[in-house]
Design a protein around this ligand. Structure first.
Ligand SMILES: [Zn+2]
Length: 294
């Protein structure tokens, strides 16, 4: 059975860079001063009230992780991270930044891996901060969920920016590659299984990856942070997760969170999220995940 190592690679920050040691708490979006025209927040109405009462600790802002898998003689990327600062600020979030060396192809070169060495690129979804620079991997095969790919090619206007739609006068990098698609649970490669986790986007998937240290789940933005798995403190509501602020389908999101929790056997530290601050901070001590524990 193929086993992989997993190396998270930070490709920048979609928002302000964190101050070391900073802990952020969630706030209702109307209060955080970050609500710009064109941004959208789809909180369940009750959360406006309850997040004031129960701010969620979301750790330091999470950066934008892509994941390099190595094993079975192959090099595989799951997602390719965000774009350069100027484009990020113009079309996405003001205050975001990508420093020299942080673009995924540059980060790999710094690790001694040339872009041509990447064999596969697998996407959790096709938002701009998960698929930028994918065309740099000229020898790779590319895989995305079919529902996600079709929506990404023809999104509703609310998502033009997220998918860098041609209506904005730009071309998303995922349109520059030949995409192969799949539907439903699929073993993409031996030891790497894609399964549906919709809700953040219409065809979002997570990847269950076999390692010497057991299975890990690379879950993209299926949840924004591990705080999702904390039952919401208001007992009368009986929420078994803390709901998110941003989703296209809250029922899907909720069920996907439950699916993730079940598939990792309740060990939520096996769920690797693209924007999770604690994962980014742990890289200093553990740059490679999936090695056999001594
Ligand atoms: Zn996303």
């Amino acid at each position: 059975m193929a086993k992989y190592t997993i190396r998270p690679i930070n490709t920048g920050f979609t928002g302000k860079r964190p101050v070391p040691g900073e802990v952020r708490k969630s706030e209702p979006p109307m209060k955080d001063g970050n609500l710009e025209p064109g941004a959208f927040y789809t909180f369940h109405f009750s959360l406006y009230k309850y997040l004031e009462k129960y701010p969620v600790e979301i750790g330091a802002p999470g950066g934008v992780l892509a994941f390099l898998l190595e094993g079975d003689g192959k090099k595989i990327l799951i997602d390719t991270g965000m774009c350069e600062t100027e484009r990020a600020n113009k079309y996405h979030h003001k205050g975001g930044s990508q420093l020299p060396g942080e673009a995924i192809d540059e980060a790999l070169i710094n690790l001694g891996i040339q872009p041509e060495e990447i064999d596969y690129v697998l996407f959790t979804h096709l938002h701009w901060d998960h698929s930028s620079n994918c065309h740099k991997f000229t020898n790779a095969r590319f895989f995305a969920n079919q529902t996600e790919y079709e929506f990404a090619l023809d999104p509703i206007p609310l998502y033009y920016k997220s998918y860098e739609a041609s209506q904005l006068g730009i071309e998303a990098d995922f349109k520059k590659v030949k995409m192969e698609t799949f539907l439903e649970e699929t073993e993409i490669l031996p030891g790497i299984v894609a399964f549906d986790t919709p809700g953040h986007s219409p065809g979002h998937v997570a990847f269950e990856v076999d390692t010497e240290d057991g299975k890990y789940i690379i879950a993209g933005d299926a949840c924004f942070g591990l705080y999702t798995f904390t039952p919401f403190p208001e007992e009368t509501l009986m929420y078994d997760i803390t709901p998110p602020g941003r989703f296209c389908d809250i029922v899907g999101y909720w069920k996907s969170a439950r699916t993730l929790r079940e598939r990792c056997g309740g060990d939520i530290n096996r769920i690797l999220l693209c924007h999770e601050g604690s994962l980014l901070e742990s890289l200093k001590d553990r740059p490679v995940i999936g090695l056999k524990q001594e």
